[in-house]
Design a protein. Structure first.
Length: 292
């Protein structure tokens, strides 16, 4: 009986001990889970602190965008000649400085150097080395509110006040898809800008004895803008022929002695076809020493 009693008592004891051990293990597991949860919370806290958020969500793109004042960009979209925003932004290919088209074209009537860095753009025809920068102009129009609309209105009013037809914007024509091998386009590779609308022929008629030494003009055919004056032609001759300042240059068209302020377009209109030979405006020039 004793063994059976001891045996009967040992079972509940072992069962309870197992329960206590298992409960102790579960308590240990609960503690481990709590520690893991604490570590996970700490990691989440570090993540929030790292990304600068309190609720664990990442900052949106709008929160990270930086608003810029137009004044910060103004130095990059202003023409240094007229001090206004670029209109028909035009870049010099030699130095990559940009100006309004009308400003730089007007400047090149009197100089062949860049207004900003003073580099020689072209010895005789600086207008060859300028290009429209349409991408920069689009940026300016997007940055400055209503600039494009104001410019279009001013241009429209300008032509209407003078009774002229308002020019229509050029619309790019779609290029038809080519079949087979591409065809070579015949024609001149170099296109003369439309601003250079007058060709002149410079004919030398002689120099007096006191004119001194001078280099003969290498090229007597020149293409220029009709707005160029006789003063510009004289400067061109002086530079190309290395003339002494005391040497006077007389420029004649037909029977008329021309003045410095007269433009080539005016001369062609006033004198007429008698001054034109094979489409060239013929100008004769002579060298004399001005009296002391």
């Amino acid at each position: 009986g004793a063994p059976s009693c001891s045996g009967s008592r040992s079972l509940p004891f072992e069962f309870e001990r197992g329960r206590s051990e298992s409960s102790g293990d579960e308590d240990d597991d609960d503690e481990d889970d709590e520690e893991e949860e604490v570590e996970e919370e700490e990691m989440e806290g570090d993540t929030r602190a790292r990304f600068g958020t309190d609720d664990g969500e990442l900052d949106s793109d709008d929160d990270r965008e930086r608003m810029l004042n137009l004044a910060e960009l103004t130095p990059y979209i202003l023409c240094s000649i007229c001090k206004g925003y670029f209109i028909d932004a035009t870049t010099i290919t030699e130095c990559l400085h940009t100006f309004c088209k009308s400003c730089i074209v007007r400047h090149f009537y009197y100089s062949n150097r860049c207004p900003k860095c003073n580099i020689v753009v072209h010895q005789t025809q600086p207008l060859y080395n300028i290009r429209l920068d349409r991408q920069l102009q689009d940026i300016v129009y997007k940055l400055v509110v209503n600039l494009e609309e104001r410019e279009k209105k001013q241009m429209h009013d300008f032509y209407k006040e003078r009774g002229l037809e308002v020019p229509k914007p050029a619309v790019p024509q779609p290029v038809p898809p080519s079949r087979g091998r591409p065809r070579k386009v015949l024609g001149s590779v170099f296109r003369i800008p439309p601003e250079l609308d007058i060709s002149i022929l410079l004919e030398f008629i002689g120099a007096n004895e006191g004119a001194g030494n001078f280099k003969p003009l290498e090229k007597k055919f020149v293409r220029v803008s009709g707005e160029a004056t006789i003063g510009h032609v004289e400067k061109f001759l002086r530079r190309k022929m290395d003339l002494d300042p005391a040497c006077q240059v007389d420029i004649i068209c037909g029977d008329h002695l021309l003045e410095h302020y007269q433009t080539l377009r005016e001369i062609r209109q006033v004198i007429g076809e008698s001054a034109v030979q094979d489409g060239l405006l013929v100008l004769h020039y002579g060298l004399v020493v001005s009296p002391l």
